[in-house]
Ligand binder design. Structure first.
Ligand SMILES: [Zn+2]
Ligand SMILES: [Zn+2]
Length: 262
């Protein structure tokens, strides 16, 4: 049998009982530290998502050309392009794209009907199912290829100001770096798609990108301000502001207000 005593840190012999007390004390502190860390992480996640306007699956935007697909905590937007073709804005967090497939089925469509996917940015909660649609061209700002890595190729790099025709729809590109280096906002069918570059609070105000998840929060805000100024002369064209992690806002007003307040 081993002796029940141990050498303490200062070299003196301490009894087994005392040792146990030491270990228990250390474990207690460790437990407390872990608890505080978990609470801090929880608080960050709560403050990032809780005050948000909820995403409603199936919600039609504008004249109904755009449909919301809720994929858990993120939304994908379906843009009807005529002739049984659709485009997607982002591709969700689910690799199988179950929510997207269900939305297509409800329209009597197969995955082959998706002719284009516009990625607002390259974070994996917005790109997961993109490779499930073999007929789809992948449109994004080239700076996002680095985030996508080898898993997904941008087949159609886009640039600021470009207008891309998809069926009977036109998708206009606005480069809005900040959340990521190649974050884009798209305008199609009267809806501005922000991805993670902005969101909507429960109070109905537009919010900037969540700073903890963003590469350059100050640049994000400056770019949103610039976008508000740029689109002001065309405000009547903007019927809806649509976001990836929150529900939408009606009209151009909240983007304009954001620009004025920041
Ligand atoms: Zn993101
Ligand atoms: Zn996201």
């Amino acid at each position: 049998m081993m002796d029940a005593s141990m050498i303490s840190m200062d070299g003196s012999i301490i009894s087994g009982d005392l040792w146990e007390v030491h270990v228990k004390r250390v474990l207690k502190w460790l437990g407390l530290v872990v608890l505080v860390l978990l609470l801090a992480v929880g608080a960050v996640i709560y403050s990032a998502f809780a005050p948000n306007r909820p995403i409603v699956d199936g919600q039609a935007l504008g004249d109904g050309t755009v449909q919301t697909i809720k994929d858990g905590f993120v939304s994908v937007y379906l843009l009807a392009a005529g002739g049984g073709k659709v485009a997607l804005i982002d591709a969700g967090k689910d690799r199988d794209g179950a929510a997207i497939m269900a939305a297509l089925r409800r329209r009597g469509l197969t995955p082959a009907a998706v002719s284009a996917i516009f990625l607002t940015h390259g974070h994996s909660d917005h790109t997961a199912a993109a490779s499930r649609f073999p007929a789809a061209s992948i449109h994004a700002l080239p700076a996002e290829q680095a985030l996508l890595g080898d898993s997904l190729r941008i087949t159609h790099p886009v640039r600021d100001g470009q207008v891309i025709d998809v069926g009977n729809q036109h998708v206009e590109v606005f480069a809005v770096p900040g959340h990521t280096a190649g974050s884009a906002v798209f305008l199609a069918a009267g809806t501005l798609f922000f991805g993670d570059s902005a969101g909507a609070g429960k109070d109905g105000a537009m919010m900037p990108a969540v700073r903890w998840f963003s590469r350059n929060p100050a640049e994000n805000i400056a770019q949103l301000k610039a976008l508000a100024l740029r689109l002001k002369p065309r405000a009547a064209q903007v019927k809806t502001l649509a976001f990836a992690h929150t529900g939408p806002l009606d009209g151009f007003e909240q983007l304009e207000r954001f620009g004025a307040q920041h």
